[in-house]
Design a protein around this ligand. Structure first.
Ligand code: SER
Length: 644
């Protein structure tokens, strides 16, 4: 049976044979894309090219992309969801379209990796508001399925925009102006398991009962959102993405992806470390596996746990995994051990992760120690809270705990309802309030020291106390809504905004990069950047604070280049030529022959996808706002550009 790495090889080979060029796996932390903290699909780094920029590798591309989806954290625990996954992707930038894509993917599934056509089902866009039904895809599928001897009616399902429309922002109405999107067609694998009516009367490919698994999504990216609805893009593009972990599950006919050959060695390591079996602790072990794999790859990208942005997500993943580990009885520092098993397991498809093994293991250990401290502190504060409360009498408490629907019972208690059980055990309101850790108290513990609510509940239960979860959740929801509003604002200001200001920011970073090298030496190289219409953020390797004079000098050089009104243009050349002419930038191009180099006059030559301004005069004025140390020998500069 094929392993995960062999599926990757087969897929790349299949599309290379059909004229595609393999492009590299982009960094998990996006460069030059402020719209999101992580790369969450293979197409994300390609957005400028869908909108019409020329890609140096041509119009037919293929790759495997490491992806992370923070929004799926709470879904992890079932048989299929993970936050980190590898996405197989092939793209047509205005080259082939629906006919080739649908036929090729079918051929790949049924011939190259040998899935049984019997097991496959497909979905097609049924239309939404003014956007028409995708009749063309239906016809192509009908022809294929008839040839295979199936009745298309039984195999093709139609869905609306919630299932068969794809854009980075989701539904058509949620897309910001400028964003590309289009209808899609998905393929599903049928494990043939019995339908669970909890998920609806009838089963269908998009049902969540676990019978069907989506194993590939062909997006026909043909529209762009504008002021007045959708207009066709200059090029009709294909954006295909398929989850490697899911294809493996289909090949192994294993409905639980955590039991596939990719994950089972990691599951075994957790069973060994905690002494608990997967069978009896499915949810906890799935969460630990997923969160630690994601943490390995995020920290392998240079992120360290913190209270901001990617660092915050990493901290949350690690701490959640640690908490579940403790619940399973892990008493010692255990995450580094699991990390080591993960890295070994992924080393053949992601060999670069081995170089970071030691750093990752140290970082996990350090965070686990820190979290243990948080727990100790949380315990201290909780002790003070608890000492002011009066436990419920043992028999009464145990009756409460035996209720089959405890969570509903407790909600009723806090809503002040006098349930039958409360009457039966004769528990007066005063006894309830005297034994309750209030929502605000639990939220403060969570907010100030990161002490998780689940631990507050465990503690309370040990002491025969109650926790007002309903009011805790209300506070938490309010807090999350505020963060979401912040996130949405960020999206609006993002790349879809190929706004003048953002484009100016891109060109300014090239000047800044070169100017830093002029002033501080060639040791300086870019490690990251994030540009919004408000500001430029630029990270680079350097091990000390810049002096005021150095900052001034860098600013002066950049402003001088702006005043010279240098012209900006790009050339496509081989990687070796680019290196030969001394081009700088974040090259990570194992598989690519040709690269795109932007020239700013003869001052800067840098590897970049664009877009840029045509003349530097457009930047008007450049100013450094502040500098920061971001650890690991790296510094961060914030700057602004434009009429100041
Ligand atoms: N962009 C689509 C997805 O992420 C297909 O690549 O599912």
């Amino acid at each position: 049976m094929l392993t995960a790495s062999q599926i990757i090889e087969k897929y790349i080979e299949f599309f290379e044979k059909r004229g595609h060029t393999r492009i590299s796996n982009s960094p998990l932390i996006p460069q030059n894309d402020p719209t999101t903290l992580f790369t969450s699909s293979g197409m994300q780094p390609l957005v400028p090219f869908f909108l019409g920029e020329e890609h140096p590798q041509g119009k037919k591309l293929v790759n495997v992309q490491n992806c992370f989806r923070a929004q799926d954290i709470d879904e992890v625990g079932d048989n299929r969801h993970t936050t980190f996954f590898r996405m197989l992707g092939n793209w047509s930038l205005g080259d082939y379209f629906k006919k080739e894509q649908i036929n090729w993917y079918w051929e790949f599934l049924t011939k190259a990796i040998g899935l049984s056509p019997e097991k496959l089902y497909v979905s097609v866009f049924e239309g939404y508001k003014n956007i028409p039904r995708d009749n063309e895809s239906e016809e192509i599928w009908t022809e294929i399925l008839k040839k295979e001897g199936f009745s298309p009616k039984e195999k093709i399902y139609f869905y609306g925009a919630d299932k068969n429309w794809w854009s980075r922002a989701g539904l058509p109405e949620a897309m910001p102006k400028g964003e590309p999107g289009g209808p899609d067609s998905e393929v599903f694998y049928d494990f043939g398991t019995v339908h669970d009516k909890k998920f609806g009367e009838e089963c269908n490919p998009n049902c969540q009962c676990g019978r069907f698994l989506e194993i590939g999504n062909s997006v026909f990216m043909e529209y762009q959102k504008t002021e007045d609805g959708f207009k066709p893009l200059p090029n009709k593009n294909v954006d295909f993405g398929g989850g490697l972990e899911r294809l493996l599950a289909a090949i192994e006919n294993q409905a639980d992806i955590f039991k596939t050959s990719l994950f089972s060695p990691i599951v075994s390591e957790i069973e060994k470390t905690t002494g608990k079996s997967y069978k009896e602790n499915v949810k906890a072990i799935r969460i630990i596996v997923d969160h630690l794999i994601a943490s390995v790859f995020i920290s392998g990208s240079g992120v360290t746990p913190s209270n901001k942005e990617q660092g915050y997500v990493l901290r949350r993943l690690l701490r959640r995994a640690i908490r579940y580990g403790k619940q399973l009885g892990a008493t010692e520092i255990f995450t580094a051990k699991i990390a080591s098993a993960i890295i070994d397991n992924y080393s053949d498809s992601d060999p670069q992760i081995i170089d970071s093994k030691k750093t990752i293991m140290e970082l996990f250990t350090e965070e686990e120690k820190k979290f243990n401290q948080v727990i100790q502190e949380g315990l201290k504060v909780s002790k003070d809270i608890i000492s002011n409360l009066t436990p419920i009498e043992p028999e009464k408490y145990s009756k409460l705990m035996q209720d089959p629907d405890k969570s509903e019972l407790f909600r009723n208690i806090y809503r002040g309802k006098n349930t039958n059980l409360i009457k039966e055990i004769d528990l007066p309101k005063s006894a309830i309030s005297g034994a309750t850790i209030s929502g605000p108290q639990a939220f403060d513990l969570y907010q100030s020291s990161g002490f998780p609510i689940e631990m507050v509940i465990e503690l309370a239960q040990d002491q025969r106390l109650l926790v007002d979860i309903e009011s805790f959740e209300k506070k938490l929801k309010k807090h999350q809504e505020q963060s979401r509003i912040g996130g949405a604002k960020k999206f609006q200001g993002g790349l879809a905004d190929h706004s003048d200001k953002t484009v100016m920011g891109h060109t300014a970073t090239h000047l800044l990069h070169q100017a830093l090298r002029d002033v501080l030496g060639d040791k300086v190289f870019q490690t990251g950047s994030n540009i919004t219409s408000e500001r430029i953020r630029f990270d680079f390797s350097y091990d000390r604070k810049l002096t005021d004079e150095e900052i001034l000098e860098v600013e002066e050089i950049v402003n001088e280049k702006i005043e010279q009104n240098l012209s900006v243009h790009f050339e496509i050349m081989t990687l070796s030529k680019a290196k030969e002419i001394g081009a700088i930038g974040l090259f990570d191009e194992k598989y690519e022959n040709d690269v795109k180099i932007y020239f700013v006059g003869d001052y800067s030559k840098e590897f970049c996808g664009g877009p840029h301004v045509e003349f530097t005069g457009k930047l008007k004025r450049f100013k450094i706002i502040k500098q920061e140390n971001i650890g690991h020998g790296q510094r961060r500069i914030y700057a602004s550009v434009g009429a100041l």
